[in-house]
Design a binder for this molecule. Structure first.
Ligand SMILES: Nc1ncnc2c1ncn2[C@@H]1O[C@H](COP(=O)(O)OS(=O)(=O)O)[C@@H](OP(=O)(O)O)[C@H]1O
Length: 424
């Protein structure tokens, strides 16, 4: 019990260190007669650990944090009462320990608006957002508005993570799913009102954003968007085209083998179109003919011709409407990428280092405050070992296009030039 109380103090301190208006109070220890260590070793049940939002909804935050705990073996092995107490009061580490606390329930004071985000309550069950009551929506001027900005590229460059990160900004309202609205002419013809009806609610001052990373390479989307939202801002995150192709290949094989949504990408009806996807049993076979020449028409590769795609879009929107980010920056310094977006969209500065923590086991930054959020399990799949000569051949193929793209957008990317030892 003594241990539980001391852990409670730590948790309280951790939250307070992050917000002035923290109203979070410890409600009660969940497991009264176990030590923290015992409870940490117990397989977690959803019902064992949750956070209540203002409206009394369970939030998945602690559940997610527990997932993290399983990854942090060094912490588990070094854990004991004294080390916990000793190190837990260090400022930056305190909140990490908070992530590992499973043995209590927090409740949020009803007067706190810590978990309100725009027209929603954030972080209700399974991370879903819950719309505010109707009267409140009216009072705040909430409505479904068409996007003012779109994350329009590129598939497998970290767009989901970017969207998840952006969703924390108080001045944006992000569509939780890819709308793919511009992909289909018949849908796009239904116009702005239809587009808006698919978007999340936003406050008058918020920027509504959707992310569909396929837009960049589907050229008809440019015309469809221009007709509806001629001043739309367009953001793309771009990774090394060789790495991207491998990631896309892994994704397609997974889709194919599991026959899940998206299988149409491999459907034979597309086989005569150029470009189209081809994912054979190995990556090498997918991108090279038996004689060793490159299948340039394969969407796995065509998508990485950023110069070609960006140039096409420039016929529809002025250069200042585009922001191209380097995926490696998002991986290594998410705040830098997000600040670039804030500047581009004219948003106030919100993102800072203490919002993120580096998840060692995933190898990526995740959000740790105000709610834990990390990439879903479908991301970060292991990549196959690709023949080094094939990698080199693809790098040689892409490099001239990478350079042309850099000139076009006046920016150097970490993958613009492949050095001798470039690791894909
Ligand atoms: N936090 C973080 N920072 C930077 N990059 C990250 C992060 N999380 C995931 N990833 C990488 O994103 C890859 C998936 O990209 P997308 O989300 O664009 O995929 S998708 O097009 O929506 O399917 C995914 O590719 P794979 O590793 O091939 O799965 C990850 O490498």
């Amino acid at each position: 019990m003594v241990v539980l109380l001391s852990v409670s103090m730590v948790a309280l301190k951790s939250y307070r260190s992050h917000t002035d208006r923290s109203e979070i109070i410890i409600n009660q220890p969940l497991i009264k007669d176990k030590t923290v260590e015992q409870s940490r070793m117990t397989p977690r049940k959803k019902s064992n650990s949750f956070l209540l939002d203002e409206m009394g909804n369970e939030m998945s935050v602690i559940e997610n944090h527990l997932f993290d705990l399983d990854d942090s073996s060094s912490f588990v092995s070094s854990f004991d009462e004294s080390s916990f107490e000793e190190s837990s009061f260090e400022d930056s580490d305190g909140s990490d320990y908070l992530l590992n606390v499973s043995s209590m329930i927090f409740s949020v004071n009803k007067s706190s608006n810590l978990f309100q985000h725009g027209c929603y309550m954030r972080g209700t069950i399974k991370g879903k957002k819950k719309l505010l009551p109707k009267e409140k929506l009216e009072e705040l001027g909430c409505s479904q508005r068409p996007p003012k900005a779109i994350v329009f590229g590129v598939k497998k460059a970290g767009t989901t993570t970017l969207k998840e990160f952006l969703a924390f900004h108080p001045d944006v309202s992000v569509a939780p799913k890819e709308l793919k609205f511009l992909n289909t002419n018949s849908l796009a013809k239904q116009g702005l009102a239809k587009y808006a009806s698919l978007m999340p609610y936003s406050l008058p001052g918020q920027i509504p954003i959707e992310k569909t990373p396929g837009y960049l390479v589907r050229w008809k989307c440019a015309g469809n968007l221009k007709r509806m939202i001629p001043d739309c801002k367009l953001i793309a995150i771009l990774n090394d085209p060789v790495h991207r192709a491998i990631s896309d290949y892994v994704h397609l094989r997974y889709v194919e083998e599991n026959r899940i949504g998206g299988a149409s990408e491999l459907s034979p009806k597309h086989a005569n179109k150029v470009p189209h996807y081809e994912a054979k049993s190995t990556f090498e076979e997918s991108v090279l003919y038996p004689n060793g020449s490159i299948k340039v028409w394969n969407t796995l590769l065509d998508t990485g011709l950023y110069y070609k795609h960006a140039k096409f879009w420039l016929d529809y929107f002025p250069a200042e409407n585009f922001l191209y980010l380097d995926a490696n920056d998002l991986i290594h310094s998410p705040v830098q990428s997000l600040r670039e977006i804030e500047k581009f969209l004219g948003l106030r500065t919100f993102f800072s280092d203490d919002i993120f923590h580096f998840n060692e086991s995933k190898g990526f930054y995740c959000v740790r405050y105000p709610l834990y959020s990390c990439m879903p399990s479908g991301k970060g799949r292991p990549h196959p070992d690709v023949d080094e000569d094939v990698i080199k051949q693809l790098q040689e193929y892409f490099e001239p296009y990478n350079k042309m793209f850099s000139q076009l957008v006046n920016k150097t990317f970490s993958w613009t030039t492949y050095s001798e030892n470039f690791i894909s």
